[in-house]
Design a protein around this ligand. Structure first.
Ligand code: NAD
Length: 269
């Protein structure tokens, strides 16, 4: 085994930050290089392992440039505006990136594509193996159920989630749309209210549920005459996303530049 990969976790005191720290501590091929959060964060200056009953020797910092010195891969599960700052810093420091944050605008996504000319990046709204497989299953199903089936995507998440529909739901919508030769932007219906008229079968509908501590449920429904096909994934623990994100970090270790997703990481392309 070579030297462990030096990982920087940003948003380290968030829900995903905690799951990532746990997974890094449990993986001998990885070492926590730095733990970063924003300057208002109450954990600044404390040991990153504290909440996990560990002394990691790494103190939580807001100084991203210092945190990136000598690092291999930054793992980002924060907010789009924070991710954009980390994207800049990683390009300057020549550090690779795994971006799991969701809710980016088209312009922000373009900035990620441009940055991938300088550094290598895995960018995916869902890092779980199950959802990565689900994307492929949805593509296959859409190709077979290509006429006379209405496609609806239903997702549920915990009450703290701030963007809707989820990045995963949108990715599933894109997978179905592209398999049918459609553009999601032209055919998506985000929620319905009032007298909506009959359903146009060329549209892809989205429904969002928010509540409690749901980690993440997604169903893609193909509703035809006399039958329905439902493809469902349910995440019960954030560890699944953390393990996937760290697998993505390892995948990047021999990639200098380029934009990849979990399909690439799992060799499903
Ligand atoms: P959270 O609110 O629990 O944590 C967010 C973290 O980011 C916190 O530590 C917070 O201090 C930090 N942060 C927020 N704004 C910041 C800013 N402006 N500058 C610097 N740091 C900032 O959220 P979470 O549940 O951990 O989710 C984080 C993101 O990851 C969301 O976009 C969520 O949708 C996404 N997510 C993706 C996957 C995936 O598999 N790709 C899985 C779960 C969550």
């Amino acid at each position: 085994m070579g030297n462990p990969l030096k990982i920087v976790i940003v948003g380290c005191s968030g829900r995903m930050g905690h799951a990532l720290l746990e997974s890094v501590f449990a993986d001998a091929e990885l070492v926590l290089h730095s733990a970063v959060d924003r300057s208002e964060n109450p954990h600044l200056g404390r040991d990153a392992g504290e909440l996990h009953g560990k002394v990691s020797g790494v103190k939580v910092t807001a100084d991203i440039d210092e945190a990136l010195k000598g690092a291999d891969v930054l793992v980002d599960f924060t907010r789009p505006e924070a991710s954009m700052l980390y994207l800049e810093a990683c390009q300057k420091a020549n550090v690779k990136m795994v971006i799991g944050t969701t809710g980016f605008s088209a312009q922000q996504k373009q900035a990620i594509e441009i940055a991938a000319k300088n550094i290598s990046i895995v960018f995916a709204p869902n890092m779980s193996v199950g959802v990565t497989l689900l994307i492929n299953l949805v593509q296959s199903a859409a190709k077979v159920l290509n006429e006379g089936y209405d496609i609806e995507i239903i997702e549920a998440h915990h009450r703290h989630k701030i963007d809707a529909p989820s990045g995963t739901a949108l990715r599933l919508g894109e997978a179905a749309a592209s398999a049918l030769g459609r553009n999601l932007e032209d055919c998506a219906i985000y929620g319905r209210e009032g007298v909506t008229g009959e359903r146009d079968t060329s549209t892809i509908g989205f429904a969002t549920v928010r509540g409690g501590d749901v980690v993440g449920d997604h169903t893609v429904l193909f509703a035809g005459i006399g039958e329905r096909v439902e493809l469902t994934h349910k995440a019960s623990n954030r560890a699944t996303f953390a393990i996937g994100a760290l697998r993505a970090a390892k995948f990047l270790s021999n990639k200098k530049t380029g934009l990849y997703d979990m399909q690439d990481v799992l060799g499903l392309r």
